[in-house]
Design a protein around this ligand. Sequence first.
Ligand code: GDP
Length: 309
Amino acid sequence: MDLELPIYVAGHRGLAGSAIVRRLQRAGARDIVVRSSAELDLRDQDATDAFFRTVRPAYVFLAAAKVGGILANATYPADFIRDNLAIQTNVIHSAWKHGVRKLLFLGSSCIYPRDCPQPIKEEYLLTGPLEPTNEAYAIAKIAGLAMCQAYRRQHGFDAISAMPTNLYGPNDNFHPEHSHVLPALIRRFVEAADTQAGVVTVWGSGKPLREFMHADDMADASYFLMNHYSDVAPINIGSNDEVSIADLAKTVAQGAGFKGQLAWDTTKPDGTPRKRLDSSRLLDLGWKPVVPLREGIDDAVAWFRQHAA
Ligand code: GDP
């Protein structure tokens, strides 16, 4: 990447986009372009096209998306499929049309079939049925990935797709019901520790396994891929840090200083039993994550206490 040229980070206020902005600043990028959703609604095709026509970014990190946890996905599937299809279609098309040199599209590990072999290799995409709780979101993300591939094939557009594992860190969505598990637990355990509550309720059976990655590691990988990867195949960004939800809850409880008991609400869905990414394609290129889960959770707890609590 030429760090003198304008770089557009779509979704700069979110967990992934804000981490990418921090990474680019650290690299010395001169012209990082951002727009809040109030300034530019990426679901609006004309507004998005006018932005690309006038600003003419050279590089695009497409981290703008409607995201949410298992309950939000199950409750608002129409919003998840519509908003994400619109955002990515508008951005990828206008980026190509107005001469962007390279674009990175961020997907998600939930695009892979629910019951595929573990760890999950990139080539398992579209080999089986999806997890129903986030199917609308996953189908939108698969369409974005396919669009990057199609624009590369037909137009020679250098669009790459990366599939990060479950992310957490600063600027996460800490909504009590609609967030992902890690921010939800951070909020619940911090609030319980502060009010000296005796019991904290966690959803599901505690048995599902999830792999977590700090957003700073994902941002570092994204920057690395923009410099070193140019291929039609999507590439996984995983940490190999896999834990059960039960162990995760214990770690967050410790990090938050909660001393009470855990209760399990088994009326809430477990979702997919396991989704660990095989990241050997990325690791073989010479990149590796550096934030251990325990340290990352402490960092996210501290961030939440400072900003969101
Ligand atoms: P997923 O990775 O797409 O399934 O999304 P989530 O991060 O929302 O959920 C991961 C797992 O954590 C599921 O098995 C949930 O049932 C479990 N979980 C436990 N407590 C919570 C909670 O408070 N919020 C959320 N979102 N998930 C929870």
